[in-house]
Each structure stands twice: as C-alpha cells, then as structure tokens.
Design a protein around this ligand. Structure first.
Ligand code: PEP
Ligand code: MG
Length: 593
C-alpha cells in the first residue's frame, strides 16, 4: 500500500520475524513487487461465451475473497498500529470484492463490450482509479491505489500466472511480495537476486523447496512485511533464523558481514569433501543424489560430486507458459541432463501437478477441485490425460538412449497405476522403435513415489509392481498428519518426527528390503543432517536432496557409527511422543560433535 503515512515512516532499524525456509544471509536493497505492469490477454468474446466468462470472473473473485480472508487472519498476529491499518485496508478490499461498483462495472463490460474478463477488469480499474485521482481530497485520491490493488488481485486469480519477471533489478535485490509462487521462483536468477520474503507460504511448499535448491535465503509467513518495507530500503535477510532486518544499524550490518564470511569459509571447507566417498565410520556406503528443480542446477549438481539425480521434478517444463511442452522439447531438456551426468543415473518423475502445485498451462486439464490435494493430481492426471503422459514417456525413452534413466511415478496408491503406466510405456516404446527412433534398451526401471500413507502401508504389495521406491516425506508428512505443507498457519505442526510418519517410513524401507528393490528418501528431510543418522539407522542407503545440502549430509555420514545409529533408530521407533523422539535424535547428533 502506498499511503502518505508510509512515506513518513521512521528510518530506524526494524526487525520482522517469519519462517526461515531457505538458510543463509543476504544483504541488499528491497524490491517490493507491486501489482502493476500486469501482462494480461485482451480479446473479444462471442455472445455465446458471455455467461461462461462471467462464471470465470465469479470464480476468480471467490478466490480473491479467500485470499483476503487469509490475509486478515494473518493480520491478527501483528501488534500495534500496523495491525489496525492493515485490518481496515483488508476490510475495504473485501467489501470491494463483494458486489461493489468495481465488480458490477467489470460484469457490464463483459456483457456489453464482449471483452474477456481480464480486459474488462483492466478497463474498469483504470476508469475508477481515474475518477478517484481527479478528486481534490488527498485521502480519497489515494484510494485509487486500493482499487488497483483489488483489481490486480482479481487479475492474478484469473490468470493464475507468474506476472512479473525479475530481470532488470539491482544486483543483490531482495524481493518482497505478498506471495511468491514456484513459477515466480523459477524466474529468479540467484546471481542477480539475493533472496526473498513474503507474507504467505509454508516451509515445505514448493516455493520454499525451490529457494533451497537455488541457495537463495528466503523467509515466508511474515505478516507485517508489506506495510513496513518499501523499495530501496536496505535489508538483511536471515533465512537461517527467519528474520528480515529493515534499515539495519552499522553494528548489526558488520555482524552479518562477518556471518557471510563464516558461511563462505564453511562452504569452502565442505567443498573439499567433493571426492570423498559418503561412508560411515564403520564402512557403510550411502549414495547421495540430487533433487533437481531446474536445468540451471545442472552445473552445481555435477560440481558437488553427486552420484546421480534421485529426483528430477519435471514441472519446470510447464511453468510460466500458456501451452504444453511437446515431446521434442521435453526430450531435449532431459537428454541434456542425462548426457551431463555421464553415466550416473537420472530419475525423472512424471508430471506432478495439482494441489498446491498448479501450472497455468494445465488449467483446463485440472479444472476446479473442492479439495485439490486429494483431487486429480500427479499420476491420476497423467493416466486420465494420455496427451500429457505419452509425450513425457516418449521423451524419457529417447533421453534414456544417452545414459541410465529411471522413471518415477508421483502419488502412487495402487499397483494398478504402475501397471497402467508400464502398458503405456511399452506401447510408446513400440511406436518409437517402429519409427526407427533410438530409445533406452532395456526399458527404464519404473519406480513409485511413496508419499501417501496408504501407499506406505501397502508398500509390500506395491513392491511387486515397482522396480524401486522413492519416499517423498514432504507429502507423506502432509497426508499423514493432515497438515498442508504450504500453509503458514499450521507450519509449526508439520513434523516428520511424528511417530506415525516414522513408522510409515520404516514400514516402506522394510518392504523394499524384503522385495530386494532399491529405496531412497527424497523428501526435504533427506537433505537435513539432523535426520541423517535416523534414516541410515532405519536402513536407508540412498538419499536425494538439493545439491547445496550434499556436503553437510556427507560430513554427517562420515561421523556416524552405523551400528550405534541402528540402535538409536530402534530406540526412537519404540517411542510414542515426538518430543521424546526429537530429544533422542538431537542427543545422538550432539554426541557426534
Ligand atoms: C515429497 O513429497 O516428499 C517429494 C519429494 O515430492 P514433492 O516435494 O515434489 O511433492
Ligand atoms: Mg510429493
């Protein structure tokens, strides 16, 4: 919000707290992402489409209202004047979204001008804003900004797209916004952007995962961020402790500059482990692989000495675009990664959208679900829409001709789903071979993500159909504890050390060992050294994590005594209280230091 009050704000140091989701420190100028400069499609619609367009507008307004409600709940957590100001503002935004002149005006423009909803919103906000701006009263003229903000919120809900690039920002800028989507994060270049902070978001959401992958400090769930920070403010973002320091004192700045040096020194010392095998003190080898979100992480992956890609999230190919990637484009992207890994396996996961991971190019396939996390997502979507699955499988088969490639299926719940994919894979392989196209020979192994409690409990049955398992502890924790991984209000309850989650991991690992199929853990805990001894103690021998996490996890493995870790894991598995589990684990980790 831009108000007169804000511009008169004191310039002294302010510390804001949130959830630190990607560790590290950055110091740089704030770039507050304004809702302006939206790129939206504008076109005429036929008379027969008017009703559907108004329904689309209605859905976007409902979504915008839900967002405002969520922000209001967050504002309750702030103290003092900022809370009051924010409360009034959000109340006003809510009212504007509820059949106001704005909404009525947009509907009329769809009706009479036959404009698409986005164009109607743009035209209406500019008409109303002009009226306000022409008013003599400075308070009223400032309300034009509120109308624009509400209009832009509707537009974002209509397009569901990343609406801003981050090119052209001052080097080292720290991006400040209400919400940052995974697609937004994909547009951020860590050489250009120091880090980001936003009001919404949880620690295990994909935005947070991508920030960790890019090695970009990030803090989410900061309620009083937008009323406090303005573009150009000097900021320190401390992603390790979840702090945003606005206009820091010289003393604080010096302290953080020392921290930056320490971090760089530690990174240099860990880099020396690059060619050291990940082996426990008593000689147990553990395979460390990389989770990759974007091809630009390839160089770093190769540099860390990773033993393969344990999880390639293919969603990047569908982000920030309106159309779908074809077979050739997918093949080129995958082949580049397989070739760069020079014989080390690349585990490519089929498209995993739905739930919090919405891709704008898939809108028509996903539709509106009452409960998207339980709806048509991941493998369910791929099996329903062969036009999504076939090009993916074909690209994987072709890329597999250049090196070892494994196919991983997300959100599996039944063996039938794995069989259905295998059938499609066989058909695709025959079609490509008939055309004389080179493909993987033999066909790539097909594995299942174990990330739904039911799949973990039926792991012995799934092991009959799958060639390998990858345990996705992010979704497994979410579905087991009924905690939305991207929701900041329940983020404190997201706990992979809950005995229920650990039992499901143990059950899956034992089923895989009995069936003699490989099993890895590729959820975020795989990259957190706090969990390493426990996972290894439970029998896990493959871990897949962001490239940045490999040196620390390797360093932890080098200090572990396998037998002691096994005994501690068994002790932990006898516990029913997650607090006691955490204490037993932390105590074991302390002993290594
Ligand atoms: C998981 O759910 O743990 C996982 C690795 O997959 P994603 O985070 O992509 O859902
Ligand atoms: Mg998952």
């Amino acid at each position: 919000m831009k108000t007169d009050k804000k511009s008169k704000k004191r310039r002294e140091e302010l510390i804001l707290e949130g959830l630190g989701v990607a560790p590290g420190v950055a110091i740089g100028p704030a770039h507050v992402r304004e809702a302006g400069d939206l790129q939206v499609p504008e076109y005429q619609i036929p008379a027969g489409r008017v009703k559907a367009e108004k329904v689309r507008l209605g859905e976007a307004i409902d979504k915008a209202l839900r967002q405002v409600g969520k922000l209001k709940a967050k504002a309750l957590g702030i103290h003092g004047l900022a809370a009051e100001e924010l409360g009034y503002l959000l109340e006003a935004h809510g009212q504007m979204l509820n059949s106001s002149r704005l909404v009525g005006g947009i509907e009329r423009r769809i009706d009479s001008d036959r404009r698409n909803a986005e164009a109607a919103v743009m035209a209406e906000i500019s008409a109303i804003a002009q009226e306000f701006e022409a008013m003599e009263d400075s308070y009223l003229s400032a309300r034009a900004e509120d109308v624009r903000e509400v209009g832009h919120r509707i537009l974002r809900c209509l397009t569901d797209e990343a609406y801003h690039g981050f090119g052209g920002l001052e080097k080292g800028s720290i991006v400040i916004a209400e919400e940052i989507s995974p697609a937004d994060t994909a547009l951020m270049d860590p050489r250009q952007i120091g880090g980001f902070a936003c009001v919404l978001g949880g620690a295990e959401g994909h935005t947070a995962i991508m920030a960790r992958s890019l090695g970009m400090p990030a803090v989410v769930g900061v309620p009083d961020l937008l009323p406090t920070v303005r573009s150009g403010d000097q900021l320190i973002i401390d992603g390790t402790n979840g702090l945003i320091i606005v206009n820091p004192t010289a003393r604080r700045l010096a302290g953080y500059e020392r921290r930056l040096k320490d971090i760089a020194r530690e990174a240099r010392s860990l880099a020396r482990l690059r060619d050291v095998p990940a082996e426990t003190r008593d000689g147990q080898r553990v395979t460390l692989q990389v989770n990759m979100e974007l091809p630009r992480e390839l160089e770093q992956t190769v540099e860390t000495g990773a033993e393969g890609v344990g999880l390639l999230r293919t969603e990047f190919m569908y982000m920030n675009r309106a159309d779908l990637p074809g077979e050739e484009e997918q093949y080129q992207a995958l082949a580049q990664i397989v070739k760069a890994m020079r014989g080390r396996p690349v585990t490519v996961r089929t498209l995993d959208v739905g739930g919090e991971k919405l891709a704008s190019s898939l809108g028509e396939h996903l539709g509106e679900a009452a409960n998207p996390a339980l709806g048509l997502r991941a493998i369910r979507l791929s099996l329903k829409e062969p036009k999504l699955l076939r090009p993916q499988l074909a690209a994987m088969l072709r890329a597999g001709a250049h090196g070892p490639l494994r196919i991983l299926l997300p959100m599996i719940t039944t063996p039938g789903e794995i069989r259905a994919v295998r059938k499609e894979l066989d058909k695709t392989a025959r079609r490509l071979s008939r055309r004389g196209v080179a493909i993987a020979d033999p066909l790539p192994p097909v594995g299942a993500m174990i990330e739904v409690p039911g799949a973990a409990l039926a792991a012995d049955s799934l092991a009959q159909s799958a060639d390998f398992f990858a345990i996705g502890t992010n979704d497994l924790t979410m579905y087991t504890l009924a905690i939305d991984r991207g929701e900041e209000q329940v983020a404190h309850l997201f706990n992979p050390l809950h005995p229920a989650v650990l039992r499901l991991i143990q059950f899956t690992v034992e089923a895989a060992l009995r069936a003699r199929i490989p099993v890895s853990v590729c959820g975020e805990i795989a990259g957190d050294p706090r969990f390493t001894a426990l996972l290894v103690g439970l029998g896990v021998r493959e871990l897949s994590m962001t490239a940045k996490a490999i040196p620390r996890v390797k360093s932890r493995i080098l200090s572990i005594d396998m037998h002691a870790a096994g005994r501690r894991a068994m002790m932990i598995m006898e516990q029913v209280d997650s607090g006691r589990i955490a204490a037993l684990l932390d105590d074991f980790n302390e002993m290594a230091n």
